[in-house]
Design a binder for this molecule. Structure first.
Ligand code: DAH
Length: 339
């Protein structure tokens, strides 16, 4: 029996040396030391030994078990360390590998240009005022000196919620709302989304964006309007930009003008963008009509003001050379990525 025990030990030690995975090691432990393992099976037969030999064999068996357990543990540690070393080796992080760029979102070109224009006017002391897109008819038209049945309504046909409520056709009602609740001096710009029932094509969209401006104070003149718009045009389109005022008519301003800037593409030579005129129309403007001031409770004898309104979409297209307004609303990522 002693020989068998010694044999188990010798064989086990031999096999152990050749093991090279933790799974094999565990299998081996069960096979030799487990409840049904070789060593246990031999010890079960101890009963058959003469009484005096049992303690000796028992002690030997225990020694062998301890020896094997120690060897097994040592092997386990060795294999675990090797496995860890291997993982560390495989999972080494090379800090010099260039990073992966995360996909960054960015601002829509309209928002970029809006922020740029806001900055220019904030720099000239304007505040930003906002108002609702669903507006009272009276603020969108009547207080702006466009009574019901006035032909000017035809050019700004829109979507009516009912007889008195509509989707605003311009941001001018924000001027009205501001004058109704604030005494002069007033110096605001009103950016926002506006609506007209226009059919969609390269230059029309039923939804577009405006920025309007309003200044009301004592002694405001058309010279102030020209000065502000000139500074504005030079900042947006470059320092060489000229402005030109052409007489026009708006019900809410008197006198009224349409304002052109010299073409930033051809610098006045004439090109496709400016239809070979050298000038590009960018906004409407004028001195606030005395009736409008009166409707809003401001005395036109004491105060005067100027106002202007421009299309943000048009300015954006001009700045970036975009030739179709629909691109601004389709949200095609390949288009938007370019800005
Ligand atoms: N409200 C006009 C439009 O939408 C633009 C405009 C012209 C606004 C002259 C003004 C202005 O404030 O003074 O067509």
């Amino acid at each position: 029996m002693k020989e068998r025990l010694e044999q188990i030990k010798t064989e086990a030690m031999e096999v152990l040396k050749g093991l090279n995975s933790l799974e094999q090691l565990e299998e081996f432990r069960v096979k030799v030391l487990g409840k049904k393992g070789e060593l246990t099976l031999v010890l079960r037969e101890m009963g058959r030994l003469p009484k005096e030999e049992r303690p000796v064999v028992g002690q030997l068996a225990n020694e062998i078990r301890t020896t094997l357990e120690n060897a097994l543990n040592a092997k386990r540690t060795e294999l675990e360390e090797a496995a860890l070393a291997k993982r560390l080796e495989e999972e080494t992080i090379d800090v010099t590998v260039p990073g992966k760029k995360p996909a960054m979102g960015k601002l829509h070109p309209l928002t970029q240009v809006l922020y740029e224009l806001e900055d220019i006017f904030l720099g000239m002391g304007f505040d930003v005022a906002e108002g609702p897109e669903v507006e009272w008819d009276k603020y969108n038209f009547e207080y702006l000196n466009i009574p019901k049945n006035h032909p000017a309504r035809d050019t700004q046909d829109t979507f009516y919620i009912n007889d008195n409520i509509l989707l605003r056709t311009h941001t001018s009602p924000v001027q009205i709302r501001t004058m109704l609740k604030q005494k002069p001096p007033i110096k605001i710009i009103c950016p926002g989304r506006v609506y007209r029932s226009d059919a969609v094509d390269a230059t029309h969209s039923p939804i577009f964006h405006q920025i309007e401006g309003l200044v009301v104070d004592r002694n405001i003149t058309m010279g102030d309007l020209k000065g502000v718009l000139d500074v504005f045009a030079k900042q947006v389109f470059g320092p060489q930009t000229q402005t030109r005022f052409r007489p026009h008519h708006f019900p809410f301003t008197e006198p009224s003008a349409e304002v052109d800037v010299s073409c930033s593409i051809c610098h006045g030579e004439g090109c496709r963008i400016c239809s070979y005129t050298g000038w590009i129309e960018i906004l409407g403007a004028g001195m606030v009509h005395p009736k409008v001031l009166e409707y809003c409770g401001i005395n036109p004898e004491e105060y005067s003001g100027f106002a202007f309104g421009m299309g943000l979409d048009r300015i954006t297209n001009l700045k970036y050379g975009i030739d179709d307004i629909r691109l601004l609303f389709e949200n095609d990522i390949r288009f938007l990525k370019q800005f």
